[in-house]
Ligand binder design. Structure first.
Ligand code: PEP
Ligand code: MG
Length: 862
C-alpha cells in the first residue's frame, strides 16, 4: 500500500467541516472522519484513483477503495436515500476502476434540493487508522482544489472489517432480526449498528441470504443491500457475544433513533443544537468556515437578503367590555371569522399538497373550537371583561399550563396558542404591531430575511412570499409549527439563533445558510459570490420550467389537456397566468363573503369577478357559487346551527335556504362580460332537481336582464350521489368538475379535516377511481366534458390515472401548473387508458399507488 494520497474536490462548492453538517451521524463522526461540501455543480467527480467497492442501488452514495487502502465513502445529500434513486444517475458500476476527476454520478441538484433537508455531500474515510490533514476551506473547484490528504497511520485499517480486535473465541451465537429502518440498511442505520458495538469486543457478522458483512463496517453493511422489513441473522462470537448481538439487534430493529427521515420534521432534528457559547456570542466558532452565528436549521436552504426586523408588539386591548351581550356576540363573530380563515387555510394547503401545513391549520381550527378556552373567556366576559381581554387571559392561562409541563415539544405549542390569540384579537379589531413592517421598509424590491424574536404560523403565512427569502428567529424550536411551515413553503429558516439576532438593524445585507445552521451577519466577498451564483442558478432553472408552462399540455399521443388554476381573487388570477394556467378551473367565491360585516352587493361581487376575468386576458373562468354553511360560517348570513355540519345546509342547499343570497350572486355572475368566458359551477349537488332549479332561476334572471347569451353551467361532482347519477345530471349541464376533497370525504366517510385520518383520506382509493370512471362515463353519454378541481388533480402520481379515466381538465393551485403540465407531456393517453382499467380492480389506495408508480414512473429530469 502506498502512503499519503490527496483527494480532490468532487463537486464545485463550499467546504463544510464534517462536524457542522446537518446529520448527527456524520457530524458525530460515527461514519469516520472527513469533510463535507455544499455542492454548486451537478456531477460528482472521483476524488482519487480507486475501485468502486460499493455503489448504492439508489445512486446517492458510493465507496471508493483508494490506492493506499483507504475506503472513501461519498454520500450525496442528507436523507437522500428516501428519494429512491430519483434525481441520481450513476455513470459507473460497482467494481469499476475509476480515475481521479472522472464523472461518477449526475445529480439533478435542483430537484433533489427540493426534496431533501440538505444537499451537503459528505466525503468520509471509513474506519480508523488514517490521519487526515490539509483540509480545505472556502470555495472548492471540482477536480482541481485539494479537499484533504489521507495518510495511513500506525494502526492501519483492516479493510472492510474496519477494526482490530482480539481474536474472538467460543461458539457463535445466532439471533434473527428484522430491519426496521425506513429505506433499509443505508448509511445512517449502518452507522448506528457500528456504534452499538463500541463497548463490545465480540466479532459480529450480519447475514442476509448468502451474503455476510462485518457489523463494524458501515460500507460492508450497506453493501448487503438490506431493505426495510428484511430478515437478517446476527452471528456473534466472543466473551461478550450475547450482549453484542443484542446491541446490534436493537440498533437494527429500533426505528431510526435519529428520526428525521420522514413525516413533518425532515430537517429539524438534523442540525445539532447550537452551543450556548455560540449563541451568547463568545467564541465557540473556531472553524474558519463557521464565522457566522449558529442556530438550529428549521428549513434548509440558502438565502441572501436584507434584514427586516418584525415589530411584534402586542395589541392594546381594553379590559372592560361594552356589556355582556355585545361582548359575547363579538367573541362569537370573531371566532367564526377565524374558523372561516383557518378552514380556508386548510383547504388551500390541501390543494397545494402541503399536508403538514393543512394539519397545522386543522389543529388551530380545533383550538378555535376548544370548549374550555371559550368557556374561560365567556366566564370572564360575564364578570365585565371585554371579549379581547377575556380571550387573551384564557390563552395566557393555557400557555402557562403548557410551559409548566417541562416538555419542550409541548412548550413549542405555545406559539400556536399565541397565533390563535393574535387571529382572534385581529378579528375583534385589535391589530398587533407587526402589520406595517413591510410598508415601512424603504426598498420594496429588496429580497428580505425576516428577523424576529419568534414567529407564529399565521404571521409566517401572511408575509409577502415574493419578497421574503429567509427567516431567522432568536427563539423557537425545530419542531415548532412555524418550522414545519417554513419547510412546506420552501423558505430557508434558522431558529434559536439567540438574542444577539435582534441587534441586527433593518436593511443590513446578511447571508443565511440554514442548511449549515449558520447566519453570517458580515458575509465575505467569496461567500456572497458563491451564494449569488447558486441562487441565480436555481432561479434560472425555475424560469425555464415556467417558460414551457405557458405552452399547451399536449400528451405524447397529441391529446391536449387543459391545466387551469384554483383561485380566490384577481391577484391569484394574475399568479395563475404567470404560471402558465390555461384558465381558472375553480374560483371559490367564499372569500368575497368573509371578513365583512354585511353581504357584498351584486355590484361588488360583479366587480371582483370581472377583475378576475380581466386578469385572465381572454381565458375562461369557472366561478363557483357560494359554498358556505356547516362549519364555514358567515356571521351576517345567520345560518342555523348544525349538529352535523358536513352533512347540513352547505353549498347549493344553503343557496336554496337563502334564495336572496343566491339570486344576488347569480345576478352578479350574469352581468360579467364576456359571458362566453364565464362558466358557473354549482357546489354540493346531489340530485337532478337541484340543477334544474338553478337553471330555471338563471333563465328567469337572464330574462329579466334581457341577456341574449347564457354562461355555461356545470356541477361539482363531490357527493357520491352525483357521481352515481352522472348520466342523468349530464343531460342538464355543460360540464362536470370533480371535487375530490369532498368526494373522498363523503365516499370514505372520513372528515376531511380530521388529523388522525389524514393519511387514509386518499383519493387514489379504488372506490374513488370507480366514482370518477362513472362520472366520465355518464358525461360522455351526453357529449359533456369532465374536469377536476379537487386536490387529486395536483398530485403528479394521480395525473396518469386521471388521464386514463378520461378527465380532460385539471385545475390546480397556481404554482403547481408548470409541474402538472410537465407531467402530462410525459404521458400517452392511450397507454394510460389501457393501464388504468386494472387499477379499478385493486383493493386499496396503497395498491393503486404502488401500481401507478410501476406503470408511470416519474421522470425527475423534466
Ligand atoms: C372539493 O371538494 O374537492 C373542492 C374543490 O371544493 P372545496 O375544497 O372548496 O370544498
Ligand atoms: Mg367541495
Amino acid at each position: 500500500m502506498s502512503g499519503t494520497i490527496d483527494l480532490t474536490a468532487p463537486f464545485d462548492g463550499i467546504a463544510v467541516p464534517l462536524t457542522a453538517v446537518s446529520d448527527p451521524v456524520f457530524a458525530g463522526l460515527m461514519m469516520g472522519d472527513g469533510l463535507a461540501i455544499e455542492p454548486l455543480s451537478s456531477t460528482l467527480l472521483a476524488p482519487c484513483n480507486g475501485v468502486v467497492t460499493h455503489l448504492a442501488r439508489t445512486g446517492h452514495a458510493l465507496t471508493l477503495s483508494a490506492a493506499n487502502g483507504a475506503e472513501v465513502l461519498i454520500h450525496i445529500g442528507i436523507d437522500s436515500v428516501r428519494l429512491n434513486g430519483e434525481g441520481f444517475s450513476a455513470r459507473i458500476r460497482q467494481g469499476d476502476t475509476v480515475r481521479c476527476g472522472q464523472a461518477l454520478i449526475d445529480v439533478d441538484i435542483d430537484a433533489v434540493a427540493q426534496r431533501v433537508p440538505s444537499l451537503q455531500t459528505m466525503v468520509v474515510i471509513a474506519g480508523a487508522g488514517y490521519r487526515l490533514s490539509a483540509r480545505a476551506s472556502g470555495l472548492l473547484q471540482a477536480g482541481i482544489t485539494r479537499l484533504l490528504s489521507i495518510t495511513p497511520g500506525e494502526t492501519p485499517a483492516t479493510g472492510a472489517s474496519g477494526a482490530a480486535h482480539a481474536e474472538p473465541s467460543g461458539p457463535a451465537i445466532r439471533r434473527p432480526a428484522r430491519v426496521a429502518h425506513r429505506n433499509g440498511l443505508h448509511a445512517r442505520p449502518a452507522a448506528l449498528v457500528q456504534a452499538s458495538l463500541r463497548l463490545y469486543a465480540a466479532e459480529v457478522v450480519v447475514e442476509f441470504g448468502e451474503r455476510q458483512a462485518n457489523a463494524r463496517s458501515v460500507t460492508a453493511l450497506m453493501g448487503l443491500g438490506v431493505d426495510e422489513g428484511a430478515d437478517v441473522i446476527i452471528s456473534a462470537r466472543g466473551a461478550d457475544a450475547a450482549g453484542a448481538a443484542e446491541a446490534v439487534i436493537e440498533a437494527l430493529q429500533a426505528a431510526c433513533a435519529i428520526a428525521h427521515a420522514s413525516g413533518h420534521n425532515p430537517a429539524a432534528a438534523a442540525v445539532p443544537p447550537p452551543s450556548v457559547a455560540a449563541n451568547t456570542g463568545t467564541s465557540a466558532d473556531t472553524s474558519a468556515d463557521l464565522i457566522g452565528w449558529r442556530g438550529v436549521c428549521a428549513a434548509p436552504g440558502l438565502a441572501l437578503g436584507r434584514v427586516l426586523r418584525l415589530d411584534q408588539s402586542v395589541a392594546e386591548v381594553p379590559e372592560r367590555g361594552a356589556g355582556v351581550d355585545a361582548e359575547f356576540a363579538a367573541l362569537a363573530r370573531a371566532l367564526n371569522q377565524v374558523r372561516l380563515e383557518l378552514g380556508q387555510a386548510v383547504g388551500d394547503a390541501q390543494e397545494r399538497r402541503a399536508g403538514a401545513e393543512s394539519e397545522i391549520f386543522a389543529a388551530h381550527l380545533a383550538l378555535a373550537d376548544d370548549p374550555e378556552l371559550i368557556a374561560a373567556a365567556e366566564s370572564a366576559i360575564l364578570q365585565g371583561q371585554g371579549a379581547g381581554f377575556a380571550f387573551r387571559n384564557a390563552i395566557t392561562r393555557q400557555c402557562e399550563i403548557l410551559l409548566g409541563l417541562n416538555n419542550a415539544l409541548l412548550a413549542e405549542r405555545v406559539a400556536d396558542m399565541k397565533d390563535l390569540e393574535r387571529r382572534v384579537l385581529a378579528a375583534l379589531g385589535h391589530a398587533a404591531g407587526n402589520g406595517d413592517a413591510f410598508a415601512e421598509f424603504t426598498d420594496a424590491n429588496a429580497a428580505v430575511i425576516v428577523v424576529a424574536d419568534d414567529l407564529t404560523p399565521s404571521e409566517l403565512t401572511r408575509l409577502p412570499r415574493d419578497q421574503v427569502v429567509g427567516l431567522a428567529t432568536a427563539l423557537g424550536g425545530a419542531t415548532s409549527h412555524v418550522a414545519i411551515l417554513a419547510r412546506a413553503l420552501g423558505i430557508p429558516a434558522l431558529v434559536a439563533v439567540g438574542p444577539r439576532l435582534l441587534g441586527l438593524e433593518t436593511g443590513r445585507e446578511i447571508l443565511l445558510d440554514a442548511s449549515r445552521g449558520v447566519l453570517e451577519p458580515n458575509p465575505l466577498a467569496a461567500q456572497l459570490a458563491a451564494a449569488r451564483w447558486r441562487i441565480a442558478e436555481k432561479r434560472r432553472q425555475r424560469e425555464q420550467m415556467l417558460e414551457s408552462a405557458s405552452l399547451q399540455a399536449r400528451t405524447l399521443d397529441g391529446v391536449v389537456i387543459e391545466v387551469a388554476a384554483n383561485i380566490v381573487d384577481a391577484a391569484d388570477a394574475r399568479e395563475a397566468v404567470r404560471h402558465g394556467a390555461d384558465g381558472v378551473g375553480l374560483l371559490r367565491t367564499e372569500l368575497l363573503f368573509s371578513e365583512r360585516s354585511e353581504m357584498p352587493s351584486a355590484a361588488e361581487q360583479q366587480q371582483a369577478c370581472q377583475a378576475v376575468l380581466e386578469a385572465l386576458a381572454g381565458r375562461a373562468a369557472i366561478i363557483r357559487t357560494l359554498d358556505v354553511g356547516g362549519d364555514k360560517e358567515v356571521a351576517y348570513l345567520s345560518l342555523p346551527h348544525e349538529d352535523n355540519p358536513a352533512l347540513g345546509l352547505r353549498g347549493i342547499r344553503g343557496g336554496f335556504a337563502q334564495p336572496a343570497v343566491l339570486d344576488t350572486q347569480l345576478r352578479a355572475l350574469l352581468s360579467l362580460q364576456p359571458l362566453s368566458l364565464v362558466r358557473i359551477l354549482i357546489p354540493m349537488v346531489s340530485d337532478v332537481e337541484e340543477i334544474l332549479r338553478v337553471r330555471r332561476r338563471i333563465e328567469q334572471l337572464a330574462g329579466e336582464m334581457q341577456l341574449a347569451e347564457r354562461p355555461q353551467l356545470g356541477v361539482m361532482i363531490e357527493v357520491p350521489a352525483a357521481a352515481l347519477l352522472a348520466d342523468h345530471l349530464a343531460r342538464h349541464v355543460d360540464f362536470f368538475s370533480i371535487g375530490t376533497n369532498d368526494l373522498t370525504q363523503y365516499a370514505l366517510a372520513m372528515d376531511r379535516c380530521h388529523a388522525g385520518l389524514a393519511a387514509r383520506l386518499d383519493p387514489m382509493h379504488p372506490a374513488l377511481l370507480r366514482l370518477i370512471a362513472m362520472t366520465v362515463a355518464g358525461a360522455s353519454q351526453h357529449g359533456k366534458w369532465v374536469g377536476m378541481c379537487g386536490g387529486m388533480a395536483s398530485d403528479p402520481e394521480a395525473v396518469p390515472v386521471l388521464l386514463g379515466l378520461g378527465v380532460t381538465e385539471l385545475s390546480v393551485s397556481p404554482p403547481l401548473v408548470p409541474e402538472i403540465k410537465a407531467r402530462l407531456r410525459q404521458l400517452s393517453q392511450a397507454q394510460c387508458r389501457a393501464e388504468v382499467q386494472a387499477l379499478l380492480q385493486l383493493d386499496s389506495a396503497e395498491a393503486v399507488r404502488a401500481a401507478a408508480r410501476r406503470c408511470w414512473p416519474q421522470d425527475q429530469s423534466e
